[in-house]
Write a protein of this length. Structure first.
Lengths: 347, 268
């Protein structure tokens, strides 16, 4: 099957500095791809290069087999949803949504019918005559989405569309967007710095770092098998302990071992607080790396306790079903599946 | 207390602006034997054509300034070549720093029968018999446009630059070319700034004496010329005051259009 988007060896420069290096990406029809990364990693630049707002220094971009590398933005046919909504304040909701169709020379009656259809789809019924200023943030972003969807673009580009919304609205809109994308079979590229947003929405995630792809794959793969310490850290494994690799395994300070494919020498163990456990001293531990430590602080974020444990001169966080006394000795268990180990030389 | 704070500025405005203004308005209606409209009859009888010429010149110049500043602002906002934008942005402001009288003087040398413009055109191959002097109402229009265009552009291009760039990109992204973006997205949002720029230009040009004096003082010309003539040569303050009131009425009309538009926008 023909791919919806192909990006081959794309490089982008801002003045003298190269901000995207040799990016390769193929997106299948109806696939939802998230470009994830910290600010300044180049994710928005890649999206804007695909939209035609940023010139490509090297490489090729194709949509449905058509080379658009040097086409002006207005000739590319894809539709973008902006972080700031970018609705035109002097036009009603209906005119905003119908603008792309007007440019395509549709008759007035046909535009009106399509706008009504989209308003219903986006749960904006009856708001067609309002001005953007009279809508809430969530409604505005739905109008912006409707404006992009109206033209049935081969490629939908989403530039952090939810970062200006409050958490609850964002969650609702996230699920709506996912449902809509499945229902309409839209091919979409979504830029975000929010890990959870990328994980819930995307079929595939591209994690960018300093203008290159750090890792690419389905959300579960990135989550359970991060390719580097950077990816692990970005995906929530914020705890780090120094360990020693030897004989194809690393060992916990107080027992337990996990097999690794690393040469002998110092290594970094990264793990997520919610995947680690706190055990009382003396209890026989389940499989995993075990470390002795002291509970320094216990908080209750809801559902369970979060314990700050001091071990081997570092402080790490771990979730716990029980509440150890602050200052008491405890054991930290990192189960094999939760232990992400990398050579200490790797960054 | 708050009144005490504004008192100095109120006093200043009252003493140096309102009072002289009222005095000259009153002067326009006062004859030797009490209130009269005689000065207005004189003004109308002698200078009806000058009034029409004044409106024609300022109206033409305002329209051209509007078109020019939208074109320059539009290119500065939407233009493709970064270098051309930089050159234009640097170039367009210069006439702002040149006084009206100097603009009039240099235009006199430029637009005359044997001026620089005709010499250049003839040099470029225009038949010599086509060369004509622009030192009439057209010269005044050209000088006004040259002098006021940067001012209007400054206001309009500034408003365009202040727009959310994503709004322009959203339109381009959906397939709108530059002209459509300008007409459909940019202009409707800066229309108020355009109106302000043009009204201020109109009012400024209405009161300029130096340019018509330099370019073409022959009758009929702009109202400022007979006003200066009545005062300086004839000591006839009454007719000059009447002409002043009429000039104020003309600018008042324009201001009224603006206020109405602003009120209509507020009502929305």
């Amino acid at each position: 099957m023909q791919s919806a988007l192909t990006v081959e060896g794309v490089c982008v420069d801002y003045g003298a500095s190269r901000v995207l290096r040799q990016i390769n990406l193929t997106v299948k029809k109806s696939e939802f791809v998230a470009l994830l990364g910290a600010s300044g990693c180049g994710k928005t630049t890649l999206l804007r290069a695909i939209a035609g707002f940023v010139p490509v220094a090297q490489g090729r971009i194709g949509v449905e087999g058509r080379d658009i590398t040097h086409a002006p933005p207005e000739a590319r046919g894809n539709a973008m949803v902006f972080q700031s909504y970018a609705l035109w304040p002097h036009m009603t909701v209906a005119r905003n949504i119908g603008y792309g169709l007007k440019l395509r020379g549709w008759a007035k009656a046909r535009i009106a019918a399509r706008v009504v259809e989209l308003l219903a789809l986006l749960r904006l019924d009856g708001l067609g005559d309002r001005l953007p200023a009279q809508l809430s943030g969530g409604q505005r972003q739905r109008v912006a989405l409707g404006r992009a969807l109206a033209v049935e673009p081969p490629l939908l580009l989403l530039d952090e569309p939810m970062s200006n919304l409050d958490a609850r609205v964002r969650e609702t809109l996230r699920h709506e967007l996912r449902a809509l994308q499945r229902q309409l079979g839209i091919t979409a590229i979504h830029v975000t710095h929010d890990r959870e947003e990328a994980m819930t929405l995307a079929d595939r995630i591209l994690l960018l770092r300093d203008g290159v792809i750090a890792q690419e794959g389905p959300p579960e793969a990135l989550w359970s098998r991060p390719a580097s310490a950077y990816v692990a850290d970005f995906l929530g494994a914020t705890n780090e302990l120094a360990v020693q690799a030897g004989g194809g395994a690393v060992r916990g300070g107080a027992g337990g071992a996990v097999a690794v494919a690393l040469p002998d020498g110092p290594a970094r163990l990264l793990f997520r607080p919610q995947e680690a456990t706190v055990l009382p001293v003396g209890e026989a531990p389940p499989p995993g790396l075990v470390f002795e430590g002291v509970a320094r602080q216990v908080t209750y974020p809801g559902g369970g306790f979060r314990v700050a444990i001091e071990t081997s001169g570092r402080q790490v966080l771990a979730d716990s079903a029980w509440s150890p006394a602050e200052g008491s000795a405890v054991r930290l268990l990192v189960p094999p599946a939760a232990a992400h180990v990398f050579a200490a030389t790797q960054t | 207390m708050p009144f005490l704070l504004v008192a100095p500025s109120l006093l200043l405005v009252g003493a140096f602006f309102l009072f002289p203004l009222l005095l000259s308005v009153q002067g326009a209606f006062m004859g030797a034997d009490g209130p009269t409209l005689a000065h207005f009859r004189t003004a109308f009888g002698l200078y009806r054509n000058d009034m029409l010429v004044t409106l024609l010149i300022t109206g033409c110049a305002t329209a051209l300034i509007g078109a020019g500043s939208i074109a320059i602002g539009g290119y500065l906002t939407l233009g493709g070549s970064r270098r051309a934008r930089a050159v234009l942005a640097w170039l367009y402001r210069w006439p702002l720093f040149i006084p009206f009288i100097v603009a009039g003087q240099s235009m006199r040398g430029f637009l005359g029968q044997n001026g620089l413009m005709n010499s250049a055109l003839v040099g470029a191959g225009m038949p010599e018999m086509w060369a004509q002097s622009f030192l009439d109402w057209r010269g005044i229009v050209i000088t006004f446009v040259w002098k006021q265009l940067p001012f209007a552009t400054l206001l309009i291009a500034g408003a365009m630059a202040a727009m959310d760039r994503a709004q322009i990109e959203a339109a381009q992204n959906l397939g709108a070319g530059r002209l459509r973006v300008l007409l459909g997205v940019v202009l409707p949002q800066v229309s108020r700034n355009i109106t302000v720029a043009l009204i201020l230009s109109f009012v400024t040009m209405m009161g300029v004496l130096s340019v018509p004096l330099m370019i073409s003082g022959q009758s009929p010309s702009m109202l400022t010329i007979p006003m200066a003539w009545r005062i300086n040569s004839l000591g006839d303050y009454a007719t000059a005051n009447a002409l002043g009131v009429l000039a104020c009425l003309m600018t008042g009309m324009v201001a009224w259009v603006w206020l109405r538009q602003a009120a209509a926008e507020k009502a929305k």
